[in-house]
Ligand binder design. Structure first.
Ligand code: ATP
Length: 245
């Protein structure tokens, strides 16, 4: 797989969902203890297979619930598939659920350390990059304020700045460009473009904005009900998706 950065083989993801409606937490625990909850299996992904070449900017499109986020989380290693295999080459920066590990009681700076360590950076690395992260986030004035007082856009800006401070071989972007205001959206899109052009980063990109997918990606995959419907050049996939989804 010399030119392949991501190889997804036969990936299936099954979730168990309760088949009856449980109207209270008390009821849930009673039934859980008595082992009376009935579950149904639900396939979020079914035998998904594809590969992404090094340096490619690859979009994943599909309607709500098609399985896009589940697939990205499996590739990022956040979720383990029920079946199948994913092989990736190089460091991955997953821009997924930015700031999922943030703590509202801690300040911006403290959260940079916390999130950086959760992402696998060393304390020294975070210290060296602290100024760069704060400067990119444009949150200098609020960086000692507890995060619970940040708006959701401010948290996303901080999360994006932490995640992109490394130079990853693979960047996984899930809808993050839709958070933040238009100025930060432009700035983060520019940052991603420079990572692609200057550093040859391979990008997996999910967005409901088809124009954004078309602007950024070269190739795309259309997921439908957890299955690969079609893979090809981004313009072709988007045009078929618009006409047939
Ligand atoms: N933890 C979970 N338990 C049970 N079902 C789940 C879980 N996470 C996701 N699902 C289901 O799996 C399916 C795929 O979800 P996923 O979030 O991957 O879709 P998506 O394509 O990213 O959707 P959207 O465009 O709405 O973000 C959905 O039907 C969803 O309800």
């Amino acid at each position: 797989m010399s030119d392949i950065a991501i190889q997804v083989s036969n990936v299936t993801m099954k979730y168990r969902i309760a088949s009856e409606k449980l109207d209270s937490l008390k009821n849930y625990f009673i039934k859980k203890i008595r082992k009376e909850i009935q579950y149904e299996e639900f396939h979020a992904l079914k035998e998904v297979g594809f590969s992404v070449n090094k340096g490619d900017v690859f979009g994943i499109i599909g309607l709500n619930g098609a399985g896009k986020s589940t697939l990205l989380k499996i590739i990022a290693g956040v979720l383990k598939p029920t079946q199948g295999k994913v092989v990736t080459k190089g460091a991955i920066a997953p821009l997924i659920e930015l700031g999922a590990g943030f703590n509202g009681e801690l300040s911006g700076v403290e959260n940079i350390y916390l999130n950086g360590l959760l992402m696998g950076y060393s304390k020294k690395f975070v210290k060296d990059k602290l100024e760069e992260i704060i400067s990119f986030s444009e949150l200098d004035k609020f960086i000692h304020t507890p995060l619970k007082n940040y708006s959701s856009g401010m948290k996303a800006r901080l999360g994006f700045s932490i995640a992109t401070v490394i130079q990853p071989e693979i960047l996984i972007v899930d809808e993050v460009l839709s958070v933040g205001d238009f100025k930060f959206k432009e700035k983060s899109e520019k940052k991603i473009k420079s990572m692609i052009e200057d550093e040859g980063t391979t990008v997996l990109f999910v967005s409901h904005s088809l124009s954004q997918v078309e602007r950024i990606c070269k190739n795309a995959l259309w997921l439908e009900h957890g299955c690969v419907k079609k893979i090809g050049k981004v313009e072709e996939i988007i045009s078929e998706f618009k006409n047939n989804a």
